[in-house]
Ligand binder design. Structure first.
Ligand SMILES: Nc1ncnc2c1ncn2[C@@H]1O[C@H](COP(=O)(O)OP(=O)(O)O)[C@@H](O)[C@H]1O
Ligand SMILES: CCCC(=O)OP(=O)(O)O
Length: 370
């Protein structure tokens, strides 16, 4: 069978990643980092589209990649209404929801489907997205809040969390993902901590909604009282708070940077503020891992760490020291997002999996007594 060519595009909060695959083989991969200040100039997400497109085009031109040969362009996907996991065709409805960030989340992942669509139109190929951050597999216990009619929803790095769990199951546990129980973390520009049981992500944090640990670009969980006081003192409105949850919180708020390498260098050079900020983020990650281990009743086969910051040995050591009483900690520095996107598209092209159609109807829509 002809090995399909797949171009994967991954717009993240601190980077744009692009990779070309032929079958499972990665022919080319490149990452461009974006500092917070560079992205600040764009008032809306759609204003970032030409910048991200040009970033991708420049990389591909430099590498001499012939886009005419690509069978399918895959974007990361985002801005969508809560959906089942899987590979989806990019449709008009998906594009409309991505453009308007229909789920209320302003994050560059929503540019993924739009970029894939633009390239696919230009080169007569297919456009798809795989396991966007809007995948919802929560157990009912995780949906209830203390306010009637308000339900928890989550947005996290579903793509990398699931791929990491699938690979660890195959290569280390020698069992199917559906038979393993994990706490899986993605520690990047945003930080996802999630509980996986029987091949489903049954709980996790809404990392663009102000839940979970603080992260390079996110404020993470703070108390309602703290937030109300902050809003009063700073005359901050809803839009300011939303930005703190997705773009301007965490390292960006404290230090004006999202780069963990620079933050840790400042800490090493004796900046105690930078040092405490770094250690506090790790402490918050450890607390969230503990919570997800309790969701799994302590029966955890492994704690899996992925994402850019997992390249940092100190972070891995601190988490291992704090959490290995729960289960073995395994570090997968970087991510498998590009591989996961290519694999999802190829499974569909080879007929192993059906291409799903985005309905725009939430996968879960309230308890039956409501
Ligand atoms: N070698 C490294 N050591 C420490 N931190 C790193 C390293 N490489 C990347 N990072 C940090 O990881 C974060 C980005 O992670 P990544 O998973 O690529 O993010 P995203 O996809 O969310 O943009 C940044 O804060 C970056 O500084
Ligand atoms: C929308 C959630 C995914 C996410 O936070 O990705 P980044 O870490 O790339 O910002």
């Amino acid at each position: 069978m002809k090995p399909y060519k797949v171009l994967t595009i991954n717009p993240g909060s601190t980077s744009t990643k692009v990779a070309l695959f032929q079958g499972e083989e990665c022919l080319y991969s490149q990452t461009v980092s974006h500092e917070a200040k560079e992205l600040e100039q764009y008032a809306s997400m759609s204003e970032q589209l030409p910048y991200r497109r040009d970033t991708v085009l420049t990389l591909l031109k430099e590498a001499g990649i012939r886009l005419e040969e690509v069978d399918v362009f895959v974007g990361r996907g985002g801005g969508l209404i809560a959906m089942e996991g899987g590979t989806y065709g990019v449709t008009d409805l998906m594009l409309e929801h991505a453009r308007t960030c229909a789920n209320g989340v302003i994050h560059p992942a929503a540019l993924g489907s739009q970029l894939a669509h633009e390239f696919a139109q230009a080169y007569g190929a297919k456009a798809m997205v795989v396991n966007p951050p809007d995948v919802d597999e929560l157990q009912d216990l995780a949906r209830m809040t203390g306010i009637r009619g308000v339900h928890r929803i989550i947005h996290l790095h579903a793509l990398n969390l699931k791929e990491t769990a699938i690979r660890h199951s195959k290569n280390v546990m020698k069992k199917p993902y559906a038979e393993c129980r994990y706490v899986v973390c993605h520690i990047g520009g945003g930080i996802s901590i999630s509980a996986h049981e029987k091949g489903r992500m049954i709980d996790g944090y809404d990392i663009v909604g102000g839940e979970g640990p603080m992260a390079p670009t996110r404020c993470g969980s703070i108390s309602v009282a703290n937030l109300l006081e902050y809003m009063k003192m700073n005359q901050a409105g809803l839009e300011d708070v939303k930005k703190l949850c997705t773009r301007t919180g965490g390292f960006v708020n404290h230090m004006g940077i999202s780069d963990a390498i620079e933050l840790t260098e400042r800490a090493k050079a004796g900046d105690r503020y930078a040092g405490l900020l770094w250690d506090s983020m790790i402490y918050q990650i450890e607390k969230c891992i503990g919570a997800m281990a309790a969701v799994l009743h302590g029966q955890v086969d492994g704690i899996l760490l992925g994402g850019g910051m997992v390249h940092n040995q100190d972070l891995v050591k601190q988490i291992t020291d704090a959490c290995s009483f729960i289960a073995p900690v395994t570090a997968y520095p970087g991510e498998f997002e590009m591989e996961a996107m290519a694999a999802g598209a190829i499974r569909v092209l080879e007929g192993e999996e059906e291409l799903k159609t985005y309905t725009g109807t939430p996968v879960w829509d309230g308890f039956d007594w409501e």
